[in-house]
Design a protein. Structure first.
Length: 229
């Protein structure tokens, strides 16, 4: 192959690879227009999010909203989960807590499947129960693939008393896919660049400065006091 032929071959190959990369990205995460979305407030069900509203816990009309963008396979998310659960439970009468999906599939190949599992359970009224189970059992499923991973998640659904046939249908539904993709788009607008990421009344928290339960709870308490909650 002479030099000119090699250059042409390289250009064509690069073009094909670029096209494949772009196509893959588009199919994995379709473009969603969230330019008019206020990332700091509770987001109601809409066509964009598959008619699945934000999952929230606590005082819905609180003047303080605490939002987490989480990845179920992310080890720091798993280790932070007990702290977040305790704080939000302790402050449930004053604080509004929202969880949004932000699976980072390039690092955590099971993250989207786990998010889908929680969302599918949510369609049967068991989002928080499945959310907790997935985090508490992170070591059981993180390294599994294919049907083994799916079987574990179906097992969780059985333990929660879900309709398994409906659960399987919802797991593969466009509504659940839309919800996860919408959460990702909202997170990207909010400048999420790692998980877990936390926002208090729209302001991103610096978790390096809020290590430990007491520091984070003190920051939230200060915001609650300022807001009169």
């Amino acid at each position: 192959m002479n030099k000119i032929t090699w250059i042409i071959f390289s250009i064509v190959t690069f073009g094909l690879l670029t096209g494949l990369i772009v196509y893959t990205k588009m199919t994995e995460s379709p473009a969603i227009d969230v330019s008019k979305v206020d990332t700091a407030v509770f987001l109601k069900a809409s066509k964009q999010n598959g008619n699945i509203a934000d999952h929230s816990f606590g005082k819905a009309d609180s003047k303080v909203t605490f939002i987490e963008y989480g990845d179920y396979q992310c080890p720091p998310c798993g280790s932070t989960y007990p702290t977040i659960k305790k704080i939000t439970t302790d402050l449930k009468d004053r604080l509004h807590f929202i969880f949004r999906n932000f699976p980072i599939s390039t690092s955590h190949p099971n993250a989207k499947a786990a998010a889908g599992t929680a969302e599918a359970a949510g369609l049967q009224g068991k989002f928080w129960e499945m959310h907790d189970k997935i985090y508490e059992s992170q070591d059981e499923w993180s390294d599994l693939t294919g049907t083994r991973r799916t079987d574990v998640f179906i097992g969780y659904a059985r333990k929660l008393g879900l309709d398994i046939n409906q659960f399987k249908l919802d797991l593969a539904s466009s509504e659940v896919t839309s919800k996860i993709n919408f959460d990702i788009a909202v997170g990207q607008k909010a400048k999420v660049n790692a998980t877990p990421s936390f926002y208090l009344n729209g302001k991103k928290l610096d978790m390096e400065k809020l290590t430990g339960e007491s520091a984070l709870k003190d920051a939230i308490e200060a915001e609650l006091k300022k807001a009169g909650e």
